[in-house]
Design a protein around this ligand. Structure first.
Ligand code: NAD
Length: 502
């Protein structure tokens, strides 16, 4: 190593460790990589050399104790990726997609074992489809050409993205986020949900080990090993964090918006389904069951309540019973409601306010049935019951395989009640109808990010409908189904009076 390099590296180590609150030691040997050769010294810009020299960041493969360490490592990786170019981004995309599929069984199981919510088969399925997330090819520059020359608008990275992931799909969200964020040339630091953080760290380490072997970049996707609210705050505050991506419920969306950093927020939903008299009841029933039963209704896009026109309601429920759903009677519904919600005295009018009992979130239909006092035939996918429009199962995002069905007298009432139940989250709504006027009226009234007609909710994410996949659907902030372009800055490059050839 040349004297210049050594001095430079020593300075940078001091700078990085200074930021991490430690003293600069004598130049230490980098920790050996467990399953990969030590990184080759970069032959390029000083910024890359600077970042690649910090021994505290070696050998971690993305898993760090603190947000500041993770952000320093991610910043180093961002600079390395910048140096290595689009080919390295392609490699990262390919590795994440390939490993997610290859490890779907193993990782699905560790996520299920850790979180104890959802369904193992669907945890596995969610990992197998990461390949449907867009990648590097999504980013096509826009060009203009005219008498004054040519102009190119390119989609360029921010740097380090801080990402918050939910308990409901930890490794799938993390994997899809890495593909989208790194395809755009960024690196990422995750603060996972505490109850789904161990499995997330397993995936992060595996991704980084493979990416390191292929590209020499060790920490392109980092994670805070034991996430807390403090580590969330530290991640948001860190100077390297340029952008936030939050996937979760109302509290974390609010917290992210208060940080002062730009936040892309994939927030909560409570998707209503409206069924009118022109629908095909069999198709509607099957689609509703498919969407609401998926992963025990953990998906933010999953059908959470159904409003159905009176004249088709009995037929729809009969078809649901014939296709794997079991109907609860009023007494069974009451027992389940008492177990699945707690009722606290509300403010203002003093009405009791229901909140979901987390012990029931994402549990199997058999667990809910036990609370309702019935035994289920094997293979039951979903429970359903007739309720009124003000029932907690209607207005709470319950995330359970139990669907409330509400009769309505008119299309207008069905749309109005759907609007109220959606809480203006502008997330997802579904209609089963062959009347284009009704479809248009609901689309206009609810104004949701996803609006699925005559299919199951996953069709909105390219699963049974046209489109692409992401597990982060940016609703309150409006970016929609996130893709690589979501994580870019638009930069314009103008050549005046030249290079227009003809
Ligand atoms: P959650 O809101 O409890 O947690 C989500 C993440 O935010 C976790 O990492 C958690 O640790 C963190 N968090 C929660 N409160 C926080 C706060 N005050 N400050 C900082 N961090 C905080 O949600 P969950 O139960 O893990 O996931 C389900 C929720 O996420 C549902 O509301 C669902 O609709 C939503 N979700 C939305 C999308 C989408 O794409 N729009 C995707 C998946 C889940």
């Amino acid at each position: 190593m040349s004297a210049v390099n050594e001095t430079l590296i020593r300075d940078v180590v001091a700078e990085v460790l200074g930021k991490l609150g430690g003293a600069a030691p004598a130049m230490a040997k980098p920790s050996p990589a467990p399953s990969a050769p030590a990184p080759k010294p970069e032959a390029a810009s000083p910024s890359v050399k600077r970042a690649s020299a910090a021994p505290a960041l070696r050998g971690k493969f993305g898993v760090f104790a603190t947000a500041d360490e993770a952000c320093a490592a991610a910043q180093e990786a961002f600079l390395q990726l910048k140096q290595k170019g689009v080919e390295a981004r392609r490699k990262i995309e390919e590795i994440v997609k390939t490993l997610a599929e290859a490890n779907a069984e193993a990782w699905g199981k560790i996520e299920y074992d850790e979180t104890q919510i959802g369904r193992l088969d669907h945890k596995i399925a969610k990992l197998k489809i990461i390949k449907l997330v867009p990648g590097v090819d999504w980013l096509r520059p826009d060009a203009r050409s005219g008498d004054h020359g040519i102009t190119l608008e390119e989609y360029t990275p921010f740097g380090v993205v801080g990402a918050i992931t939910p308990s409901t799909h930890s490794i799938p969200t993390l994997s899809g986020n890495i593909v989208n964020i790194c395809a755009a040339g960024n690196s990422v630091v995750f603060n996972a949900h505490p109850s789904a953080a161990r499995c997330a760290a397993v995936a992060v380490r595996a991704y980084n080990e493979a990416i390191y072997r292929a590209t020499g970049i060790e920490n392109i996707a980092c994670i805070i090993e034991k996430p807390t609210l403090d580590s969330f705050n530290a991640l948001c505050k860190n100077e390297f964090t340029r952008l936030l991506l939050v996937t979760g419920g109302p509290m974390v969306v609010k917290a992210a918006m208060q940080t002062g950093k730009r936040a892309i927020c994939a927030g909560p939903g409570n998707p209503p389904v409206f069924v009118d008299a022109t629908c095909c009841p069999t198709r509607a029933a099957k689609a509703i069951i498919e969407g609401a039963a998926f992963d025990n209704n953990l998906l933010c896009i999953g059908e959470k309540e159904v409003f159905v026109l009176d004249q088709v309601a009995d037929k729809l429920m009969q078809k649901m019973s014939e296709n794997g759903a079991v109907r609860l009677n009023a007494a069974q519904l009451e027992k389940l409601t008492k177990a699945a919600f707690t009722f606290k005295e509300g403010q203002g009018g003093g009405c009791a306010h229901a909140s979901v009992n987390r012990d029931f979130i994402g549990k199997d239909p058999s667990v809910l049935a036990q609370a309702a006092g019935i035994n289920l035939p094997s293979g039951t996918q979903l429970l359903f019951a007739e309720t009124d429009a003000e029932h907690p199962f209607v207005y709470e995002e319950q995330m359970m395989p139990m669907l409330p069905i509400v009769r309505v007298k008119s299309v207008e009432e069905g749309i109005e009640r759907s609007l109220v139940a959606e809480h203006n989250y502008k997330h997802t709504a579904i209609i089963h109808s062959h009347d284009v006027e009704n479809i248009t009226a609901m689309a206009r009234a609810l104004d949701t990010t996803l609006f699925v007609k005559n299919g199951a909710s996953p069709a909105g994410l390219g699963l049974g409908g046209e489109g692409y996949l992401s597990f982060s659907i940016a609703t309150p902030t409006g970016e929609g189904i996130t893709n690589p372009r979501t994580f870019t800055r638009v930069r314009r490059c103008v050549m005046v009076d030249n290079l227009r050839i003809y």
